[in-house]
Design a protein around this ligand. Structure first.
Ligand code: IPM
Ligand code: MG
Length: 368
């Protein structure tokens, strides 16, 4: 049987640096665990714009549709800020999400024991934190029509449309309930049903899917603003949070910061199963391209490496190997190894991006 295939899209900024470390980890699994992957690599974001004048070429899009999983680094940078909206680096990422129909974006916020004093919140509030945000990723205000900037009564008007169909809400709700069953069996759904019709429908449909198919999972509803407040007040009350595209964007950044560093958090974007039974899937760190530190070997590769670990779990049915990788990372952190983003105000001496990768490989070796 052919090896499972992975398309790597390093992208911009720190993307290529952190992806170099992921490639080392992928090779390790090939050499030491007999888990070989067919890896190919291509351009996305500003890097693709520089090469082809578009943030994602049709050829790359077609490749992404064929592989078993896409691993993406990060897109964007100040160099591209003045580009026309239609060719901005972010459009490449959004095209991948939309055309692959990756409707369920899983963003875990997990607090590693070794870093529990690193959050801006009190240790007791975050120690042991393990929540999963399921963000709808292919609809809502990110993609709704009409959109644009028009002129009306001699002034410009910016327009975006929040829009959700019942089936779009149903399928992401199912993803959330399915995940909850394998975790803490609790789902909190967040919208603004107090001011938005799309929120009223969201709440109704999530409740119906629950009552008809997942009555044994505990379900609650919260307005998204109150949800943001509760996330900061007592995040451990949550298990799975399901929410729309825009609220999910905001809430997942907030949840990420609870754990101390954006440099730690992976994500999986999943769609419907392909012919081989694997879900359409793209894995990427939650952090961005961090142009301020790009090219300096300062970036933390852990979020991107953990994204590969999610790929092992969700695309390749290798949960045990994913756990091995996560344990190796935990070990390295427990040993006090820190990239610059993981040093508190008292400082210390950080390791470089590639040193962090090497430490993780060493911990993987030790796990054998
Ligand atoms: C994210 C990012 C993206 C988003 C950007 C880069 C388009 O913030 O993945 O959270 O807004 O979805
Ligand atoms: Mg975001």
């Amino acid at each position: 049987m052919a090896n499972p295939s992975i398309l790597i899209l390093p992208g911009d900024g720190i993307g290529p640096e952190v992806m170099t470390e992921v490639k080392k980890v992928i090779n390790w699994f090939g050499e030491k665990r007999d888990l070989a992957f067919d890896v190919s690599e291509d351009l996305v974001g500003g890097a693709a714009y520089d090469a082809h004048g578009a943030p994602l070429s049709d050829e790359t899009m077609a490749k992404a549709q064929e592989v078993d999983a896409v691993l993406l680094g990060a897109v964007g940078g100040p160099k591209y800020d003045t580009l026309d909206f239609s060719v901005k680096p972010e459009r490449g990422l959004l095209r991948l999400r939309k055309e692959m129909d990756l409707y369920a974006n899983l963003r875990p916020a997990q607090c590693f024991d070794a870093l529990s004093d690193f959050s801006s919140l009190k240790q007791e509030v975050v120690a042991g934190l393990d929540i999963m945000i399921v963000r709808e990723l292919t609809s809502g205000i990110y993609f709704g029509e009409p959109r644009g900037i028009i002129t009306e009564n001699n002034e410009r008007v910016g327009i975006n449309t929040q829009r959700y169909t019942e089936s779009e809400i149903e399928r992401v709700a199912r993803s959330a309930f399915e995940l909850a069953k394998r975790r803490g069996n609790k789902v909190c759904s967040m919208e603004k049903a107090n001011v938005m019709e799309s929120g009223i429908l969201w709440r109704e449909v999530v409740q119906r899917v629950h009552d008809e198919e997942y009555a044994d999972v505990e379900l609650s509803h919260m307005y998204a603003d109150a949800g943001a407040m509760q996330l900061c007040r007592w995040p451990k009350q949550f298990d799975v949070i399901v929410t729309d595209n825009l609220f999910g964007d905001l809430l997942s950044d907030a949840a990420a910061m609870l754990t101390g560093s954006l440099g730690m958090l992976p994500s999986a974007s999943l769609g419907a199963p392909m012919a081989n039974g694997r879900p359409k899937a793209m894995y990427e760190p939650v952090h961005g391209s961090a142009p301020d530190i790009a090219g300096q070997g300062k970036a933390n590769p852990i979020a991107c490496i953990l994204s590969f670990s999610m790929a092992l779990r969700y695309s390749f049915d290798q949960g045990e190997e994913a756990t091995r990788l996560e344990a190796a990372i935990e070990k390295v952190l427990a040993d006090g190894v820190r990239t610059a983003d993981l040093l508190g105000p008292e400082g210390g001496s950080p390791v470089s991006t590639s040193e962090m990768g090497d430490k993780i490989l060493a911990a993987l070796d030790a796990s054998l």
